[in-house]
Structures are given as C-alpha cells and as structure tokens.
Design a protein around this ligand. Sequence first.
Ligand code: GAL
Length: 140
Amino acid sequence: MAAPVKGMTSFELPLPGGISPRLVITIDGEPVPGGEWFKVDFIKGSDVVFHFNPRFAEQTIVRNSNLDGCWGPEEREGGFPFVEGQRFELKILVEEDSFKVAVDGTHLLEYGHRVGGLEEVTLLLVKGDIVLHSASPSMI
Ligand code: GAL
C-alpha cells in the first residue's frame, strides 16, 4: 500500500453509512524510522470527530476533535506503545459512549464521543510517517 521509506502516507477509507457501536477499524501499520507522527482521523463533513495522533518526539498520543474549524481540549494521558520500525495492529472499536483503542491486543485508551451523528462519520483518514499494510472495517 505504501513504500517503506520516510514520507507521507495518506490513505482514505470510506465508511458508507457511517459508524456505529460494534464497528471495529483494524489498522496494520509500521511507523517509519525517523518519522515524526501519524494520525487516524474519523471525519464527519468538515469536522474531525476523533483525531488520534501519535507523536514520536513527544512519545505522546494526542487525541482531540476539530469541530467547526476549532480544536478542543487535548487528551494526552497514557502510554505510548508505538516503536519506530515495529509493526503494530491498532484496533479502534466504536462503542455507545466512546472509541475504545487497543494496540497489539492490549487496551490503550478510550475517547468519549464529543458529538453525536455517528452515522454521518463516513470517512477514515490514515496519514503520516507510517507504512500502512492494511486498514479495514469489521463488526464484532
Ligand atoms: C495541533 C496540530 C493538529 C492537531 C492538534 C490536536 O497542534 O497542529 O494537527 O494534532 O494539535 O490538538
């Protein structure tokens, strides 16, 4: 899907019909050595309802929403399981009240929904310094 060199991967996964509880997005990726960041964005129109942004220099996963053009308060607590050059499996489960995130089978964090209208979240964007092996939706 992307060449294993430093550079910007950008992949859009359409989510026809939007998202709803029990939908899981599975991302098989690998941070590029020397890379700075990547992000997984759940997009509703011009809003980003969930921005999941691992930053390697800070060793922090910044989470936020961009609503009506404005970023809200960042959520930064918790660990940083991503390692440059090391393949990972990221799973993001949509629940009634939150997104639940696990990496390599271990629960990592939750992000409470800040807005409704999940059925209008029709696009997932994966972008940044990773090799993306796959990104796919499934239901549990
Ligand atoms: C900003 C950054 C955005 C986004 C946001 C999250 O500083 O430019 O891309 O990551 O933080 O709060």
